[in-house]
Structures are given as C-alpha cells and as structure tokens.
Design a protein. Sequence first.
Length: 185
Amino acid sequence: MESDPPVTPEASSSTVDVRANERLFASLYDQLRQLAARQLRRNAGVSVSPTTLLHEAYLGMADRNAVFPDQNRFMGYAARVMRGLIIDFIRERRALKRGGAFQITQLGSDIQEPALDEAKFVRLSAALDELAGRDPRLAEVVDLRYFCGFTFEEIAAQRGVSKRTVQRDWETARVMLFEQLTDSP
C-alpha cells in the first residue's frame, strides 16, 4: 500500500544507520504526533489515539532499511505510513461491521457514529498510490496538504520551493485524481 522510502547508497549497503532514523524520529516526535492528530481528525471514524497511530507508524518505519536524507522526506514518508495504517483501521472496522468478531451487546439508541464513507476513502488512497507511481512529487503534495493538513506555505518551506509552485502542483494533482476517480467504477 505504501511506497518504500528513497533508498540511498548507504541504504543499499548493510551499514544502514538505524540510530540516525531513531534520532530523527525523536527530534520530530511532537510534529509527528500533531500530524497523526490531524490525520485522525480528518478520519473521525477511526478510533485510535494519535499516539497509537504514531507508534504504529514508527514500528512500520523501523522495519525498513532506509536512510532519510532530510526531515522533509522523513515527514512525507511518515504521512504515507500513517495514511496506510488509517486505511487498514478502516478496513478492519468495516470487516467488524460485516460480522467479524460478532458479539451480542446492548447499546443505548442515542449513540451515533460519525459518517465516514470508507469506500470513497479507500478509492482515494488507491488513486493517490497510482498518482505516486506516475508523479511522486504531486502525490507528496496531496499527502502533505490533504492528509497532513499542512498549508501551502508550510509545504513550500519543507520542499524549498515557492508557494505558487506548491499551489500549481496541488491543482494538477487534484485534476489527475479527479480524472482517476471518475474513470474508476
């Protein structure tokens, strides 16, 4: 579901500096937790805490033997891993709604679940993965803007480009995703 982080020459050898990634994670912990909280706010039907999402993402990232050349790529990859985890949580929830782990309980009738269209979210994620295969830069802008909630200014600062360049990438990505989503069943 998620793409692998960029493999640098150091990552292809057996001397991957795992401690560098651990230090990077530790230094960005607060930002990563805020990122997890933003993603969970966008997907209100997922019932995990931002800390749980962040720690699950870290475990998924720790298994990879990759060196991240800078903080921006680390944050972008973390956002993709979190998105993948949210989709997994949504799929698990949908499976439970369809009879998995069936238990008879009695609940009050005043409980309302937030409306979340899992099928649309999963289709969007698949379209975004396809876009990442064609143009990773555009997919990264969508991840950072839509899933992470960063502003155009924040994305431009992270990527070292102008705000207008990020806005153009955003518009291009939106058009491409719209075409993909309207073409698919």
